[in-house]
Design a protein around this ligand. Sequence first.
Ligand code: PRX
Length: 633
Amino acid sequence: MSNKIQSLSGYIHEYQKSVNQPEKFWARIAESFHWHKSWDSVLKWEPQGPHVKWFENAKLNITENIFERHLFTHGDKAAIIWEPNDPNEANKIISYRELFELTCQFSNAMKAQGIEKGDRVIIYMPMIPEAAIAMLACARIGAVHSVVFAGFSSSALADRIIDCEAKMVLTSDGNFRGAKNIPVKAVVDEALEKTTTVETVIVCKRTNADVQMVSGRDIWWHDAIKEESIEHAAESLDAEDLLFILYTSGSTGKPKGVVHTTGGYMVYTQYSFENVFQYAQNDVYWCTADIGWITGHSYIIYGPLLSGATTLMFEGVPTYPHPGRFWEIVDKYQVNQFYTAPTAIRALQAEGLEPLAPYKLDSLKVIGSVGEPINEEAWHWYHDHIGKGNCPLVDTWWQTETGGIMISALAGITPNKPAHASLPLPGIQPIIVDAEGNELKGNNVEGNLCVKFPWPSMLRTTYGDHKRFKETYFSAYPGMYFTGDGAKRDHDGYIRILGRVDDVINVSGHRMGTAEVENAINEHPRVIESAVVGFPHDIKGQGIYAYVICDAEGVTNETLINEIKNTVRKIIGPIAKPDAIQIVPGLPKTRSGKIMRRILRKVASKDISNLGDTSTLLNPEIVEQIIIGSQIK
Ligand code: PRX
């Protein structure tokens, strides 16, 4: 099976077909998968709901499309190459057949613990093969997985467990990350003090950390699988049955559970993987993301495995035990496609060229970027020093909500342009609109990015709150999906993503809602009010800057600032810790009480030459005080 586009004219041809007859186009792609029963209709789209269904009433199991379909040809091929945090520890190379057996065995173990189709299972695990097995086993039995990044705090974890009413948590004793040994199970224990729905916790041994096992609730992974068979007949699922929920930040304080379903997600992640990376059968592909994010779901696990690819999974961090670790791994496994985030590129660029010197990097054919706009300097460094000037660099724009890559070059097929995501994939109809929602046609236009027609891997709802789904994505421009990003179509017709236009900050490629961080800051007993904005950060892309009004009597600002940072770390996790906190006497507010964030953003960015109109402020004098405070901070 291959739906791989081979040439620029092939791309143009496929794109036109996908726009002129989308249903016919996707039916053709979907036919190359294994279904128990075919669909009654390819697409049902009700923009008013909005309700979208792809491949209605079709029956399938996504793991059969990974395993059974490939075993004849790929049984002995490496499915996962696992590289541990410590380079001196043995790696693991798991073939398709072995991964299949491990998945079946764990499917049986989960069923033995009472997990049924439709139950929600939280996966809070480090980057170890068992995390992949956990996801695949859920998919095999029809349980809905919700992976929570193992760097999130116990209260962030508890919020997610409560929201999806999870019945089971899959975790590990600990997590090796660089020089750190992080106690994972202890975080789960703390979270479960606040929740009521979890009946079983399965704990994988990784670090041998001392953990407390709660009798009747906790069971070791190795004990859970001990008696289980390595055979399991896949559950036949409906194309629109939930595959997973993944929580992501938005404009309000509460993270939302983005819902993806089975059939459309399968078709689109495989199709986009094969085409964007131009994967060829003996290639070794490596995506450095964590499985806690959508990139890990779609392009470490599902897209590559559905394509019968060899996918590399790395437990550690780019700079441990030395800043050449990524490049060492590329050479060690002769990686052909390498997919990472601009923040990692900038951090490694800052280490200079010395760490690169021992490595050839000559196996690389394609390099990729994801998560945030890649600035031109980082683009050129990546292209010249890692890709050695001869690898296509795919700058892939997409979101948790889109499920798969939406706008990107197809490696070596469509042209590259520095810092431009460039052209939509077949089946994707992005448009740029002005504030009133009018489509800005032609080139040299800039506005908000929307998608005007459904695609198979789009989110279906936000878990338990369809109203929020409608309000967040379909109310700014009725009938169209609004991405929350600004974009420009340049004079050549290539799309450049300009970044978020809502109250979301993109920190190291991770989304943080300003309201979410403010809520955490406000938990500190001395905090009266806070306002959080993003500001340009050399490595992270954007940093978090918090303006905080405090009752600071008897405490130094420094103590308060440290305490507030720790409060955020505790409530959300280290990734949300503000980079800068300024204690302020007040916040600039309009007469209706709205904080004027535009001014706060400018001050945080040290761009105070033109603050714009401040005449509508209730308290214009506060602006001067904030500027002075920012300079002595
Ligand atoms: O602002 C865009 C940015 O990341 C947001 C989506 O974040 P998340 O759902 O966490 O998914 C990240 C991984 C897919 C987008 O709204 N973004 C993602 N990729 C790019 C990007 N911005 C510019 N260029 C990209 N290639």
